[in-house]
Design a protein around this ligand. Sequence first.
Ligand code: GLU
Length: 276
Amino acid sequence: MDRPTPPVTRFAPSPNGRLHLGHGLSAIVAHDLAKVSGGRFLLRIEDIDGPRSRPELADEFRRDLEWLGLEWEEVPAQSTRLASYAAAAEALKAQGLLYPCTCTRKEIEEASAVEGSDGLIYPGTCKHRAPNSDRPATWRLNSEKALAAIGPLVWEDAIAGPQPVDLAALGDVVLVRKDLPASYHLAVTLDDAADGVTLVTRGADLFAASHVHRTLQALLGLPAPRWHHHPLLLGPDGEKLAKRRGSPALAERREGGEDGRMLAAQLRVQLLSLGT
Ligand code: GLU
């Protein structure tokens, strides 16, 4: 019998804040799932977050990963790939699947939008009107048209099993930002395909995004990877770990002399207790 092809995984941090334990766990999951079967583990710096992006953090991230004992191949950062994002956005616009949106945040809040899994669901205001040409526009995915174009489709999560595509949790997401030819959803989908990622690993907080990404893959004729959404590390308050809630940065622990490989071993044990 043929052996399954070893997976290609990636860790894709955004340099707009230091890495904390949750990121460390994510990186370890991606690393171990690749390495355990002779696959490749990639690092991609997702540095298109405009003024929030702090390029100097990329070096800190590399030192953190090395300290945890991980080995990776680095692929080009997102800021070098803007032309491919623009081309894909044009292809989606040409299919009539995107619409311009000039709503402000305040207008969206006032239009009695529904709370989704990632903030307010856009109420579709601009879908039914001519955009205000005095204002810069974002471009949103018309989720009804997208679903009609792809037909019934299922994606596969290694932990949660088969998932029929459902765009309700995120609604008409932004695919092209005002200041950039892509949003997170478009950029990450294109990059994972370009980098040959076959197993997308990330925290369960991004589960709903995979419905959008599977949709984009189908619309753009990209290969479908498998997904592995791992449970999140929670703080003592039951909240997701994040720097703003006082979880120390990996770099602080590293600079404080802690043994990174030991910490990685502890995270692997914690992962077992989280049930993956
Ligand atoms: N840059 C994204 C983040 O840091 C990556 C998420 C993903 O793995 O898709 O949240």
